[in-house]
Design a binder for this molecule. Structure first.
Ligand SMILES: *Cc1c(COP(=O)(O)O)cnc(C)c1O
Length: 858
């Protein structure tokens, strides 16, 4: 029999007795998602229901028995407890925190745009790492008191729910969310009317959106939603799913996120009486259109496109998250051209807007419109998300700054971090509180003698057991769902074991992450899993993008491998990876496995969360692990960079993985003292918690964003906007002038002296003749670039020294080449190389490469 399906669902909000109004206030701010005491307050009402409502206070309050609430309302101690938590929340929201100590020149307000936000499983508006990072960014900004507003979209069905068919194929479902059953409120004007954001579309159409607001601690998060009656049916579905549709659907989402988002921020700050943001942060290219909207507003105030561009760039931060081409949005040229009209962006010449997305060296008339390229052109401040990814990005986007070395490319890096209060298991927090005297497990002294190895190991076992039980529950439910509601077979209740070395692997399933590397040699893996003395078990999870059949095939391979009767209790694939599962998965693992194709993992954050929960990492030296790997923190799987082809590389790296697992990891894990405690293992884990984990927090990351990007961006915005945008006007005029003159700028001739038989300590004297073609000497820097010369003619570890005009300006003959001179001290033995180059110079430039103009000798 088919169950009756409702045609419409809505949520009736609970009537909570007045004495317990604190519960509603606490449920209304998503700070509960990382505040354990608040969760305990809810759990106390009905522990069983709390679990079954997936620890979501709003859903929970909607289902709890009103009689139980009435009883608690009469329970003085409970009411007092709730009031205490409410007072704690209010204090948290108001008190000065780290940011408030920074002084008056700190940014006024940062607007942080992201296509996805992963804050809690109860608000599924994320697909993976990018969104969870954005959620962690908001939470850490809240904890640090950073004035920030998040901007995203509200997707009616989020990403998707995954189930697996009996033959291992991924199935997608799109359960529709009811915003009324979520801790969201509609942004309204003082008269009660909802704020409506409107975008002009081609052929006199328009797209309307309402704005939901969530409170993430101190941080408001605005989410635009097109599912309102003002739209045609087709346009109502613009925000139906995250990363759901094809080109045009996706373009509409991104126009809404960028342009609509910037308009929503304006409406919100006006209503809330907040200052306008001085910093705009694009979390990946998807929100890039926000720069165009801001350009349009400055044009309306009287600036030209070039001047407005300088204002916008000064205050914009762009973060790139992927070196994988498929991860970057590129739209058909004609499609974007059709949408970027002057009704959408009044005052902006469509051709100027289109030029921002043209890929380097492509034909401007037909080039795909590249959102990352546009992001980099609109942002004077840019970064990758780990040191290695910064290097990779400087090479990958280097063509945007032709003639410059990768080292000159103005993209820095800030390594991602994860929000410890969200991601640390309560059992570990409890242990720190009970034995180390602090509830801040991220900064506790985990190596202290106050905690014994035995106690630690007991708690870790409990965390593993919790995962084992959860896996059995999930597999049992999945079995029943697959088999028409029948009881699962006995073995499902036996999968996994709380005393076996547990390896976790969970992430999205793009090809480069190599979900199935472990299956390179199935017999070898089988031997490792079923070793009678040193068994190993694997817990695996991950979603493939709905359009990615290759990814689905990988999942199928893995599921089919794990279905073998002799293996199915040792290796499991858990369907529907999400934050709710992640919260139990990381704490339950002893080892976190990551084997991407180096260097395609920009950062990877799951290994950080695992480390935070007492796991060691077993990983390719990529992303964050490339800068933080240490002997006690886990193991490095060597990359077979010299392999002949992809197949050979996979085989070599898999063989190394098996060797490590069998001969290093499992042997160490099962090395026990008389009490059954793996003393050396525990030592490593405790050292990881004490010395590595404090580096991995989102608090470290957000501080770095504030100090290294937000603050300079706010200052730079202040400089170009001062005095009626004088700086922006000057910089735009300067850019126009040097661009025009540049074809005539040359280093015509370089002479050197003092180096007939050079020794360390000698001086190299340089004389360079430079043709400036009408530019003033102050408009340029003439500099020698020198360092160790390599066989490929490049200069390693290049350093630069400016040369000075030999004749003062007033006395100079401006008709021919100008002479510049200077010296370099040879302070190192070995091969030496140098060249001379000319670059534009202006006090408001932050990087010599900024205009992409350089003239090099020879
Ligand atoms: C942390 C996390 C991710 C990101 O993991 P990566 O290692 O960066 O791929 C994806 N999904 C969930 C549910 C997570 O918690």
């Amino acid at each position: 029999m088919k169950p009756v399906k409702p045609i419409r669902k809505f949520t009736v909000r609970a009537v909570v007795p007045g004495a317990l109004s604190a519960l509603e206030e606490l449920a209304g701010n998503l700070r509960w998602s990382w505040h354990e005491p608040t969760k305990r307050l809810f759990e106390h009402i009905d522990p069983e229901l709390w679990r079954s409502s997936r620890r979501d206070p709003v859903a929970f309050l909607g289902e709890v028995d009103p009689a139980r609430l009435e009883a608690l309302a009469a329970d003085g101690a409970y009411v007092e407890w709730a009031e205490r938590e409410r007072a704690g929340l209010r204090e948290y929201l108001a008190e000065p925190r780290w940011f408030q100590s920074l002084g008056a020149d700190a940014p006024r307000l940062v607007a942080y745009f992201s296509p996805e936000f992963g804050i809690t499983a109860a608000l599924p508006q994320y697909s993976g790492g990018l969104g969870i990072l954005a959620g962690d960014h908001l939470k850490a900004a809240s904890d640090l008191g950073v004035p920030l507003v998040g901007v995203g979209l509200f997707y009616k069905a989020g990403y998707f729910s995954q189930s697996i068919s009996p033959d291992g194929w991924q199935q997608e479902r799109y359960p529709v969310l009811d915003p009324d059953g979520l801790p969201l409120s509609v942004l309204r004007r003082p008269d009660g009317a909802p704020v409506q954001i409107t975008l002009a579309l081609p052929d006199d159409g328009s797209l309307h959106a309402r704005v939901w607001k969530a409170d993430v601690g101190r941080i408001p998060l605005l989410m635009l939603d097109t599912d309102i009656p003002a739209n045609t049916d087709e346009l109502r579905s613009v925000t139906d799913r995250l990363y759901g549709g094809g080109g045009e659907h996706r373009l509409l989402q991104e126009l809404l996120l960028g342009i609509g988002g910037a308009r929503a921020v304006r409406a919100f700050t006006e209503l809330a009486n907040l200052p306008a943001p001085d910093v705009f942060h694009m979390n990946e290219g998807h929100a890039g259109f926000l720069g165009l909207e801001r350009i349009a507003t400055h044009i309306a105030e009287g600036l030209s496109f070039a001047q407005a561009l300088q204002v916008v760039r000064a205050g914009t931060v762009f973060t790139t998250h992927t070196p994988v081409a498929a991860g970057i949005d590129r739209f058909d040229h004609g499609l974007v051209e059709r949408y970027l009209t002057s009704s959408l962006l009044p005052g902006v010449e469509p051709a100027d807007a289109m030029a921002l997305g043209v890929e380097p060296a492509a034909d401007p008339a037909t080039s795909a419109f590249n959102m990352a390229v546009m992001g980099l052109r609109l942002a004077q401040h840019a970064n990758g998300v780990s040191k290695l990814h910064g290097e990779v990005s400087r090479r990958m986007f280097g063509d945007l700054w032709p003639g410059f070395d990768a080292d000159d490319v103005p993209i820095t890096s800030i390594t991602n971090g994860v929000h410890a209060p969200t991601w640390t298991d309560p059992a570990l927090l409890g242990l720190a509180e009970a034995t180390l005297g602090t509830g801040d497990s991220e900064h506790a002294d985990w190596q202290s003698g106050a905690l014994s190895d035995g106690e630690f190991w007991t708690v870790k076992r409990r965390m593993r057991l919790q995962l084992v039980e959860e896996a059995r529950r999930r597999l049992s439910a999945a079995w029943s769902e697959q088999h028409g509601g029948t009881q699962p077979p006995q073995w499902v209740a036996r999968v996994l074991d709380p005393d076996t070395l547990t390896v976790g692997f969970a992430r999205r399933v793009p090809t480069y992450k190599r979900l199935t590397l472990m299956l390179q040699d199935p017999d070898r893996l089988k031997t490792i899993l079923t070793n009678p003395d040193r068994p190993v078990q694997f817990v695996i999870a991950g979603k493939a993008h709905p359009a990615d059949d290759e990814g689905k095939r990988l999942i199928q391979q893995l599921v089919q491998f794990a279905q073998q009767p002799e293996l199915r209790e040792r290796i499991v694939f858990l369907p529907d990876y999400d934050m709710g599962m992640a919260e139990l998965l990381y704490p339950g693992c002893d080892v976190w496995l990551n084997n991407p194709l180096r260097p395609l993992e920009a950062c990877g954050t799951s290994g950080m969360k695992a480390a935070m929960n007492g796991a060691l990492n077993l990983s390719i030296l990529d992303g964050w692990w490339a800068e933080y790997a240490g002997d006690d923190y886990g193991w490095i799987i060597p990359s077979a960079d010299a392999a002949g082809d992809a197949g050979e590389r996979d085989a070599l790296e898999a063989a190394a993985l098996y060797d490590l697992l069998e001969h290093r990891v499992a042997t160490r894990y099962y090395e026990r003292d008389g009490d059954g405690v793996p003393v050396e293992w525990v030592r490593r884990v405790r050292r990881t918690l004490a010395t590595l984990v404090p580096e991995l927090g989102a608090d470290r990351m957000v501080r770095q964003y504030v100090e290294r990007l937000y603050r300079p961006a706010a200052e730079q915005a202040g400089r170009v906007e001062a005095d009626g945008d004088r700086g922006a006007r000057e910089l735009a005029a300067f850019g126009g002038r040097v661009r025009k003159a540049w074809p005539g700028v040359h280093v015509t001739h370089v002479e050197s002296g003092g180096v007939e038989s050079p020794h360390v300590g000698d001086e190299l004297r340089l004389r360079a003749y430079v043709e400036l073609d009408g530019l003033a000497p102050d408009d340029v820097t003439v500099e020698v670039v020198y360092g160790r010369s390599r066989v490929d003619e490049s200069i390693e570890g290049a350093r630069r020294v400016a040369l000075q005009p030999a004749v003062p300006d007033a006395a100079a003959d401006t008709s021919g080449p100008r002479l510049y001179t200077g010296t370099v001290v040879l302070d190192r033995a070995g091969a030496f190389g140098y060249t001379v180059r000319v670059v534009p110079r202006h006090p408001l430039m932050l990087s010599a490469a900024e205009f992409g103009l350089v003239a090099v000798a020879g």
